[in-house]
Design a protein around this ligand. Structure first.
Ligand SMILES: Cc1ncc(COP(=O)(O)O)c(C=O)c1O
Length: 382
């Protein structure tokens, strides 16, 4: 059965032999032209026309009022934590099934991660589990949510749209509103993914993106923050450009800032890639349909978007019955040069986060044993 799967993936990627990566970038548009433009213009660093163009494109794609280009998705999340008002010792709710950067960013702002379980179908934060957890530990005093058990403030909540599958973010937003918790969405994996017609990352105060080389579109390294809030947009731009007061020649910084601005060289690549986002997502959605039909016949669940969601299917996922069969599958496919990967080790079990507060995480624990990501690249060759 595993050999049939390897053969099918090879046929689907028209790669009869050799290595098939999990996700590789496709440079099939204006990438070279735009990158060379920046070199010819000498504007390769953090000021330049492509940075502005990239921000405009992110606004257009997401529908957000403001977008701020930054060096990577981790910096975007760190900035979002600071802008959400996370102060040392504040708790920030997140999910255990995520890339380490989501949780690291909370720590970078000296916050304390607090883990809430995911839903099985979306693999993203569960509204039911969030509500249940807050009902048992939260109390609101003077408009601020506190954890009764630890005495600490619960300032923010950071769900993540796992592998580009939108989670039930409208329900999460309603719960956060009820408990006066600021919602920041880690949309690093979900550029081009929508829920109920609205782009992921637009249901709270801010969303963050990653344009790392493994994502649906890439700038080499890069990220963005997007928001509808004018004040937050201005603050994000100021803080990510070392808090320099705009002036034709004077160098004045009015607070501790961060050198997080995306270079024009990377923005050029990003612009060329964003021009192809719709084409890439359509192509990936077509692949998801092909996989769905195939794995149905194999009796292996392929994880699909939920109702009202339009996923970008960044990394496609099958669920194997248990960790033993998962490991056998990982070994067989990787031995045969078809790259597959298990889920991240749950953040709640990593040495630096294992003592953080957490609710019942049984769904994430079960999913971690079963998830396998399979080759998911756009099937368009240059
Ligand atoms: C869920 C998630 N959050 C954050 C990041 C961090 O982004 P970056 O690698 O651009 O710092 C990534 C990916 O890399 C991610 O998958």
């Amino acid at each position: 059965m595993y050999s049939e799967i390897v053969q099918f993936i090879r046929e689907t990627f028209r790669t009869p032999e050799g290595f098939i990566p999990l996700h590789e970038p496709r440079f099939t548009g204006n990438e070279k032209k735009y990158v060379l433009d920046t070199i010819d213009s000498t504007f390769v660093s953090s000021v330049g026309a492509y940075v502005n163009k990239f921000e405009e494109m992110v606004c257009q794609i997401t529908g957000a009022k403001h977008a701020i280009a930054v060096v990577n998705g981790t910096a975007a999340l760190h900035m979002a934590m600071l802008l959400a008002g996370v102060e040392p010792g504040d708790e920030v709710i997140t999910q255990p099934l995520t890339f380490a950067a989501t949780v690291n960013a909370i720590k970078h702002a000296y916050g304390i991660p607090h883990f809430v379980d995911v839903d099985r179908d979306t693999m993203g934060m569960s509204p039911a589990r969030l509500e249940e957890r807050l009902a048992s530990i939260a109390e609101i005093r003077d408009g601020i949510c506190y954890n009764k058990e630890t005495g600490r403030r619960i300032i923010a909540c950071v769900p993540m749209h796992t592998f580009g599958l939108p989670l039930r973010i409208d329900e999460i937003a309603a719960i956060c509103k009820k408990y006066q918790i600021k919602l920041v969405e880690d949309a690093a994996e979900s550029l081009g993914a929508f829920y109920k017609g609205k782009h992921t990352g637009r249901f709270g105060i801010m969303g963050t993106l990653s344009l790392n080389g493994n994502k649906t579109v890439t700038s080499g390294g890069g990220g963005a923050i997007f928001t509808d809030d004018d004040q937050l947009g201005l603050r994000a731009k100021h803080l990510t450009t070392t808090a320099k007061v705009p002036h034709p020649w004077a160098f004045i910084h009015d607070e501790v800032g961060y050198n997080y601005r995306m270079p024009n060289l990377n923005a050029a690549l990003a612009c060329a890639q964003l021009e192809q986002l719709d084409k890439f997502v359509d192509n990936k959605r077509e692949l998801a349909d092909i996989y769905t039909g195939f794995f149905k016949k194999q009796g292996i669940p392929f994880v699909r978007e939920i109702k009202d969601a339009r996923a970008n299917y960044w990394l496609m996922t099958i669920l194997l019955p248990d960790s033993e069969q998962r490991d056998a599958f990982l070994k067989y496919t990787n031995d045969n040069k078809v790259m597959t990967r298990p889920a991240w080790q749950l953040a709640s079990t990593l040495p630096m986060y294992k003592d953080c507060p957490a609710g019942d995480l049984s769904t994430a624990i079960q999913l971690e044993q079963q998830i396998v990501n399979i080759p998911s690249s756009v099937r368009i060759k240059p």
